[in-house]
Design a protein around this ligand. Structure first.
Ligand SMILES: NC(=O)c1ccc[n+]([C@@H]2O[C@H](COP(=O)([O-])OP(=O)(O)OC[C@H]3O[C@@H](n4cnc5c(N)ncnc54)[C@H](OP(=O)(O)O)[C@@H]3O)[C@@H](O)[C@H]2O)c1
Length: 444
C-alpha cells in the first residue's frame, strides 16, 4: 500500500470555472492535483479524468501531442455535467519518463522513430506510469465509481482493478498533421481507443454531435516545399458553382456534417487563410469549434488594412497574421500589433498581396500546411499562380442562380485546358458531397 498525503486545499478559479483543489504528495514526492467540480455527494457515477501532465501540450499548446485539447475537453465536459473530478498527475510527464527524457525522445522522433521506438532507444520504459497512488488519491477524495474519460486501456484497468470503474468514455480530439503519427501510434501500438475520433472515409460520417473527427485523409499527402507551405483550397459551393449569393450571403451552403469536417480540417492544419473580402462579408472567427481540437493560426490577406479593427478574426481566440502591402497605413499596422495581431508587409501582386511572397513568409514562420478557405478571389489567385496542391470542395444540393462564382477566370478556352484532379475521393457528408483530390499541374 502506498502512502499519499494531502498537502494543500484551496479554491482555484480557472478558465472553465471554479474548482475545489486538493493537492496530494506521493511517497516519492510526486504531486497530484485533484480538481473537484460541483457536489461529489456519495462519489458514485462520477465523471473522472485522470490526466498525465504534459507541460508542452497542456501549457504551451504543443501540436506534437493531443494532451492540451484533451485536458480542456475534459474540463468542459466535467463543468457541463455539473459534477466530476480531474486528477492531474504532475509526475506522469512524458508517460512517466519526465520532461527532459520526453524532449530527448522527441528528437529521436524527428529522426523518424515513433514514440515507442524512441523511448526504447533511450533505454526508457515505453510507459513508466504507475497508477496506484492516483487511485489512492481518487479514493481519498471520495470517488466510489467513475465514468472515466480516457482512450488509454491502462488507466481504465487501473481503476477497474480497484473497483472504481463504471464505464470508460472516449476522449478523442481531431488530429493535427503534426500529431497524426503520434495519435496513430497510440492507437496501433498502445491499444488506445480511436484517439482521433471517427475517420472521414468513403462511407461518410454520422451526424455531428461535437465529437472528434479525423479529417486528415482529406488533406492528402502533406508535403511542404522550401518556398511555401502545402496549400489546400477548401470551399463549399452550390450545384451551380456558387459560393455565395449575389448579395454575398454564404451561410450556410453546406450542412452541419460538412461544416464539422471543415472544422476538423482546420484542426489538422497549421494555418487557415482568407482574403479581406470574406472578412468583410462574413466576419468569420475561423477557430475550431465544432470538434475538439486546436485552432490554427489565422491568416488574412489585406493589402490596405481595410478589415475593420473589430473583425472577429482579429480577436484573441487564436493567433492572427495579417499579410499586407506597403500601401497600408503604418499607424494601422502599429495599432494592430499593439493588440497582439502579427502584421507582416510583403510585396504586391496583381490581386493585392503577392500570394507567392505571402506564402513564402508563412513558410518562414514554420507553417507547413495552409487551408485556404476563400473567398473567390483568393481561390482564383492561388489557382492562377499554381500555388495550391489540393482541392477539397463540398457540393451542396442547392441552386442559387446568380451569385459569386467559386472560381474566376483561369484562362481555359477549351475543356481540355481545364485543371483536373488526380487521385480524387468522394465522400457523402449528410446532404453534401465532398470531392477531394490533388491538383494535377503536371498535365497542364
Ligand atoms: N462558400 C464558401 O466556402 C465561401 C468561403 C469563403 C468566402 N465565401 C464568400 O466569398 C465572398 C467573398 O469573396 P471575395 O473574393 O470577395 O473574398 P476573398 O477572396 O476572401 O478576398 C478578396 C480580397 O482579398 C484581398 N487580397 C489580398 N491579396 C490577395 C490575393 N493575392 N488574391 C486575392 N485577394 C487578395 C483583396 O483585397 P485588398 O485588395 O483590399 O487587399 C481582395 O479583394 C463572400 O460572399 C463570402 O461569403 C464563401
Amino acid at each position: 500500500m502506498t502512502q499519499t498525503k494531502e498537502v494543500a486545499h484551496l479554491v482555484l478559479p480557472t478558465w472553465a470555472g471554479e474548482f475545489d483543489l486538493r493537492v496530494f504528495e506521493g511517497a516519492t514526492g510526486e504531486v497530484y492535483l485533484l480538481f473537484a467540480y460541483g457536489e461529489l455527494g456519495d462519489g458514485q457515477d462520477l465523471l473522472v479524468r485522470l490526466h498525465s501532465a504534459c507541460l508542452t501540450g497542456d501549457a504551451f499548446g504543443s501540436l506534437r501531442c493531443d494532451c492540451g485539447p484533451q485536458l480542456r475537453q475534459a474540463m468542459r465536459r466535467i463543468v457541463a455535467e455539473g459534477r466530476g473530478v480531474l486528477l492531474y498527475a504532475a509526475g506522469h510527464e512524458g508517460r512517466g519518463v519526465g520532461l527532459v527524457s520526453k524532449l530527448q525522445a522527441y528528437m529521436l522522433q524527428d529522426e523518424g522513430h515513433d514514440t515507442v521506438e524512441a523511448n526504447r532507444r533511450l533505454g526508457l520504459p515505453v510507459d513508466g506510469r504507475d497508477y496506484r497512488e492516483a487511485v489512492e488519491v481518487l479514493r481519498a477524495a471520495g470517488v466510489r465509481s467513475s465514468r472515466l474519460l480516457t482512450n488509454n486501456p491502462a488507466k481504465a484497468s487501473a481503476l477497474d482493478r480497484e473497483g472504481l470503474l463504471l464505464e470508460r468514455l472516449s476522449l478523442s480530439t481531431a488530429p493535427h498533421l503534426r500529431n497524426l503519427r503520434y495519435v496513430q501510434t497510440k492507437q496501433r501500438r498502445l491499444g488506445h481507443r480511436a484517439p482521433g475520433g471517427q475517420p472521414v472515409d468513403e462511407d461518410g460520417l454520422l451526424a455531428g454531435d461535437g465529437q472528434a473527427v479525423d479529417a486528415s485523409a482529406l488533406l492528402g499527402e502533406v508535403g511542404a516545399r522550401p518556398d511555401r507551405p502545402y496549400v489546400v483550397l477548401k470551399y463549399a459551393q452550390t450545384l451551380d458553382g456558387r459560393i455565395a449569393t449575389g448579395g454575398g450571403d454564404s451561410k450556410w451552403i453546406s450542412g452541419p456534417e460538412e461544416r464539422r469536417v471543415s472544422h476538423a480540417l482546420r484542426a489538422a492544419s497549421d494555418a487557415v487563410l482568407i482574403g479581406a473580402g470574406t472578412v468583410l462579408a462574413d466576419d468569420p472567427l475561423l477557430t475550431v469549434r465544432m470538434v475538439p481540437g486546436a485552432s490554427p493560426i489565422r491568416v488574412v490577406l489585406d493589402s490596405t488594412l481595410r478589415v475593420p479593427p473589430d473583425a472577429q478574426v482579429l480577436g484573441p481566440e487564436a493567433v492572427t497574421v495579417v499579410l499586407t502591402s506597403e500601401r497600408s497605413d503604418p499607424g494601422r499596422r502599429a495599432a494592430l500589433r499593439r493588440r497582439g495581431v502579427k502584421v507582416d508587409v510583403v510585396g504586391e501582386g496583381p490581386e493585392g498581396v503577392d500570394l507567392a511572397a505571402g506564402l513564402a513568409r508563412l513558410r518562414s514562420l514554420g507553417i507547413r500546411c495552409v487551408l485556404v478557405e476563400g473567398g473567390s478571389r483568393v481561390i482564383t489567385s492561388a489557382l492562377r499562380g499554381r500555388l495550391a496542391d489540393r482541392l477539397v470542395v463540398a457540393v451542396a444540393p442547392l441552386l442559387l442562380g446568380r451569385g459569386t462564382d467559386a472560381v474566376g477566370d483561369l484562362g481555359a478556352t477549351m475543356v481540355r485546358d481545364g485543371l483536373r484532379l488526380r487521385g480524387q475521393t468522394v465522400h457523402q457528408l449528410g446532404q453534401d458531397l465532398v470531392v477531394a483530390g490533388d491538383l494535377d499541374w503536371a498535365r497542364d
